[in-house]
Design a binder for this molecule. Sequence first.
Ligand code: FAD
Length: 434
Amino acid sequence: MKYSSSDWIFGMAFFIFFTPLKRRFFWKKLLLFFSIIFSSFFFSCQHIIPESLFCTCNNDSFVYEWVVIGAGVGGIVAIGKLIDMGFNLKSIAWVDQHFSVGRLGEFYGLVPANVMNGKFYTILNNQKSFRDVHSNALNHLGSLPKNDFSPLNEVIAPLQEITNDFMQRVNAFKGTVVSMHFYGNRWHIFFDNGDCIIAKSVILATGSKPRELEYPASTVIPLDYALNKNLLKELVKPDDTVAVVGGSHSAILVLMFLNELPVKKIINFYLSPIVYAFDEEGNRDNPMGIKGIAAQWARKYLNGENNAPKILRIFNSANNREKYLSSCDKIIYAVGFIPRHIPTISINNEEFDESQLSFDPQSGTIGPRLFGIGIAFPDFTIEGPGIMIYKIGIEDFIEYINERMAFWCRCHEMLSEDMPNSSIKKIADRCVVM
Ligand SMILES: Cc1cc2nc3c(=O)[nH]c(=O)nc-3n(C[C@H](O)[C@H](O)[C@H](O)COP(=O)(O)OP(=O)(O)OC[C@H]3O[C@@H](n4cnc5c(N)ncnc54)[C@H](O)[C@@H]3O)c2cc1C
């Protein structure tokens, strides 16, 4: 049997209360008892005792139909879809810490896009809810040369205007969701400031963060900073030797930026040779490969014969690490992304940690009327034996939600008390599968 933190706290409180003590200690004991109970109430929804007993909002709170957590590209796409589907805007809540287009907006504006301007414009303009915003920045994107790869700022600007417009129309809450409790057939969603909202269905679009390793090396430059050339410039010095670990898109971009900055040497630890999405004639070669400006640059400067003079590329073996890492002043890990921590979740009094919640990419479900979208909850394709390609671009998220929304809506309706439907029980079962 598993005891939750609340079991321990209540056990402790009752032990103190019932321990026989001299009469003169009675009031002290009573005080201690109530202070433990009070503090458990206070902390209950901030991870200490995530139980429905405490983690419910006021019964008279408004019940939102949908809450979307996260306002990166995944969250924007989710809100756009709900708007396009005609849900009452007042019944939609949207939560984010910043509302500034997620990680893309915060860090990657100077990164060259891997999609051409023309295609990006078409992707965004094809969504009715996006088009209806009449964004000047979207019109500007449409006026840029169609076959160029611009910095991502050109895409972030229209996405920010779309975000600002959506924020006026749905209920936007700035803050961090710390815990979510499914109780009484509703989600009770708690913020870091103690506020709470209730919803029937929740879409998590909480995103990912760069993965880091723990090589015995000196100062780590976080990948997010390294992908912002202006920030990176501040973090390296002319006599630095910088290690870059990784060999895919982000690693190549970092090598490209570093090569343009005054640093002494760059050592790139790679595991496999560079693969390109398109061959030199422009035919599709490898869907896992690098594209756009990163690919053009790698073909020119990392081709083996005419490597950029400052860059040494070596296989990432234990021997090579031992030999070269000690000479590096800074290290940058460009070795993929891992999902950000999601809020603490309990379902009917049972607490689940992240490893226990399983995301089903086919249906997009995580729990009862709990769905996922974006880079942390991606779709994938199998491109060959053992080759799994995660679909994490804007177009992928739109396709993903278009394919799953009908199912999500059926879950949403079936599980609400007013619309039970036993004839399609099979789908209802899947809607609560975790
Ligand atoms: C270098 C690089 C280049 C790329 N280039 C392209 C490209 O050219 N084209 C393309 O289509 N894609 C590109 N991508 C991929 C794409 O940008 C990402 O897949 C996408 O930005 C992920 O968006 P997201 O909404 O899933 O996550 P995020 O951007 O991480 O957004 C998550 C949001 O959720 C919020 N959040 C998280 N937890 C909570 C919480 N508990 N409470 C409240 N808010 C919370 C965060 O504040 C954040 O705003 C690129 C990615 C990288 C790294």
